[in-house]
Design a binder for this molecule. Structure first.
Ligand SMILES: [Zn+2]
Length: 440
């Protein structure tokens, strides 16, 4: 670990640590890869001082559902009309990815995400065509400086999985042994078991039990009604298994998720584009299932978590207002618990909640001494901070153009609005070369 000390001074700090709260003018002292102190005024002669005047300092954003290999496919999902379109027109393009393309696309996506404030991502890699495809994606992750859980995909190959499952799980074990168990390591192994529309309960059980035996964070695609009952009946639900979407979850299924300590990943813009049910995020939160947020597929959604925060806030209000109107309560009036969501709560979805969903709540998700130094500086110039809760400014009045600096594990990946140690021209060429091959 580096012994370097960095002192971030005079920012508006939203720590999301209940013991620290917000500091309208505060400092963050970083030692090596960790946060050492967060306080209104810190003096440290030996530290490199970073002037954060005119910025809001927040914990790094955490994306719990991102298919990074799709970065060169940007735009190809623009005309999709529902999941069948996606499955028949966009997803099959994966077959054109060579192993080295997985390196290029994963690397490019991680850099794009980092620049947009995502310090941690769960990379749901459902394009493990060969072992080399997974190895190349991981080679990229080792170079980006982003914190990542690599969700090794068992999904998408219904015709192959029964004969390949054992070999793939053995590969997962080998990769996990290489990456190790350190919960603060930047690249950690995870598993994305096959879901029931592509697999069987028995198949899923083998995969989940394998991942659980290794202590891996796991995630599944979960769309169809009634699946959660079956997964629960098989004894597979747990805090280490994160369902993405779960749009059709009944209230009873949400209660099962809550009882098992599960979170969900709601991919707001992706749910729009799939024409899916928008009510689940609010219903889940009310039911005690911790919501988290994800970008989902870069083929149809920009790799931009700040937009997901804003969309989530608005869609939760819209769903609630629609319900009130349908019940005849119009014009809208405040009543206990309505409206439910606040900007701060949405910011927590993408930070503290997401850290918990990945089993990393002791290490990331808030600006807390002892945790990893993963943070974002958001510029509030030239118009200053918005009124009311400063989380309102982050969620409703910030865009990726305001992201001044991004730090992961005490290392700046973006500073003064520019990526650090990144050859942008090379990334453009890598991504463009793959895109032209996909569209030719
Ligand atoms: Zn997905």
């Amino acid at each position: 670990m580096s012994d370097r000390r960095i002192l971030i001074k005079n920012g508006f700090i939203i720590s999301l640590d209940p013991g620290i709260g917000d500091l309208p003018r505060g400092d963050v002292l970083i030692h090596g890869d960790r946060i050492e102190r967060v306080a209104p005024l810190i003096e440290d002669d030996g530290a490199e001082v970073v002037d954060a005047e005119g910025t809001i300092v927040i914990p790094g954003l955490i994306d719990t559902h991102l298919h990074m290999w799709q970065q060169p496919m940007r735009g190809l999902g623009a005309d999709l009309w529902g999941m069948n379109d996606y499955i028949s027109r966009v997803y099959p393009l994966r077959e054109r990815f060579r192993a080295q393309d997985m390196f290029a696309s994963t690397y490019t996506c991680a850099i794009e995400a980092l620049g947009n404030g995502t310090t941690t991502a769960l990379d749901f890699c459902h394009n493990v065509l060969t072992e080399d495809h997974a190895e190349e994606a991981l080679r990229a992750h080792r170079l980006t400086g982003q914190r990542v859980v690599f969700g090794y995909g068992m999904v998408g190959y219904a015709d192959r999985i029964e004969r390949e499952r054992d070999d793939r799980l053995a590969h997962v074990s080998r990769l996990h042994a290489e990456l190790g168990d350190d919960p603060t390591a930047l690249v950690r192994m995870g598993l994305a078991p096959g879901t029931l529309n592509f697999s069987t309960v028995k198949g899923m059980q083998i995969e989940v039990e394998h991942g659980r035996g290794l202590g891996l964070p796991m995630t599944i695609h979960q769309n169809d009604a009634g699946e959660l009952y079956k997964i629960h009946d098989a004894g597979l639900l747990g805090p280490d298994l994160l369902p993405a979407h779960s749009n059709n979850a009944s209230d009873h299924e949400l209660a099962l998720l809550a009882r098992c300590g599960c979170s969900i990943s709601f991919t707001t813009e992706g749910e729009f584009s799939g024409g899916r049910n928008m009510s689940v995020v609010g219903r889940a939160d009310r039911a005690g299932v911790s919501p988290t947020l994800g970008v989902d597929g870069p083929s149809f959604v920009a790799v931009d978590m700040l937009s997901q925060l804003r969309f989530t806030f608005r869609i939760m209000h819209a769903v609630e207002a629609q319900h009130e109107r349908a019940e005849g309560r119009w014009p809208l009036a405040h009543s206990p618990g309505i409206p439910f969501v606040t900007a701060r709560r949405v910011l927590e979805y993408a930070t503290v909640n997401a850290a918990k969903a990945l089993g990393m709540e002791r290490h990331i998700g808030s600006l807390t001494p002892g945790k990893q130094a993963d943070l974002v500086l958001l510029r509030i110039d030239p118009y200053g901070i918005a009124a009311g809760d400063p989380a309102n400014h982050v969620v409703l009045h910030s865009g990726v153009g305001d992201i001044d600096a991004v730090m992961v594990a005490g290392r700046f990946r973006k500073r003064d609005g520019r990526m650090v140690d990144v050859d942008v021209e090379r990334l453009r060429a890598l991504s463009g070369e793959i895109r032209s091959r996909l569209t030719s």
